[in-house]
Design a protein around this ligand. Structure first.
Ligand code: CIR
Length: 249
């Protein structure tokens, strides 16, 4: 993973041992939230393959195998269909010239928001929306401010399609599509914390973002969740966050 893509080389090269320890703590946090976690072996040919969220989207009714927009990541999908086949009978695969990465997909109940980014193009989104609509879901594309993925800038903290706040940076909060959702704003200097993760009764938040942690703890009192901080500093150096490291279903 130390050779993964990054738009922030100034953050330095990841410390591999520390990354492994952080990954183990992340798995433990997911288990603490009541999840059963399956861990797949590293694919040494693809340093970004630890960011497994980008190669698939798991819905309640079907799974999608994506076609990553980053050329160096395209081969990561090779093994994913067999893995998804253990859990899903219905699998859709994005085909060329479409591209889509799971980091651009945010699920809010039966509606999937799809960011159009340098990794996800209109054709990839069109194929995904067609698959969603055939199964009774909705898909909506979102134009993005300059960023890697949609979920780089926001996370929906609701559960089971029920109302919940959007944890969001100022730049993403201006998007009219999200005007009806209650929001918890993330300060620009803590923007990385916008990629947090609601799992059952908990919100996982990257460690080291005190203003966002305080805002979430305040929201937790009425929001019906607890806040768990998980350190992902080494994955941040590769532009990866909490959601990127797993597929949840
Ligand atoms: C990449 O640039 O593709 C990886 N280094 C980081 C991917 C992060 N994935 C995500 O936000 N879903």
């Amino acid at each position: 993973m130390v050779a993964g893509l990054t738009a922030h080389p100034e953050l330095g090269r990841p410390d591999y041992s520390l990354a492994l320890a952080q990954h183990a703590a992340y798995v433990a946090a997911l288990e603490d939230c009541g999840l059963e976690v399956a861990i797949y072996p590293a694919d040494e040919d693809y340093p970004d393959s630890c960011f497994i969220e980008d190669v698939a989207v798991c819905t309640g009714k079907f799974a999608l195998v994506t076609r990553p927009g980053a050329p160096t990541r395209r081969g990561e999908t090779a093994g994913i269909e067999a893995i998804l086949g253990r859990h899903y009978g219905d699998i859709v695969v994005i085909s060329a010239p479409g591209s889509l990465e799971g980091g651009d997909v945010m699920m809010v109940g039966d509606c999937f928001y799809i960011g159009l980014s340098s990794r996800t193009n209109a054709e990839g989104a069109r194929q995904f929306i067609a698959a969603l609509e055939r199964r009774g879901y909705r898909g909506i594309t979102v134009a993005l401010p300059p960023t890697l993925h949609l979920k780089t800038g926001l996370s929906w903290l609701g559960k089971d399609g029920r109302e919940g706040p959007l944890l969001v940076t100022e730049a993403f909060a201006r998007e009219p599509l999200f005007s009806a959702l209650p929001k918890i704003l993330v300060d620009e200097d803590e923007a990385y914390a916008a990629n947090s993760l609601r799992v059952n009764d908990a919100v996982l938040l990257p460690a080291g973002y005190p203003k966002t942690a305080a805002a979430l703890r305040a929201a937790a009192k009425t929001g019906g969740f607890r806040v768990l901080e998980v350190d992902t500093s080494e994955f941040r150096k590769l532009d990866g966050g909490l959601s990127c490291l797993s597929l949840r279903f």
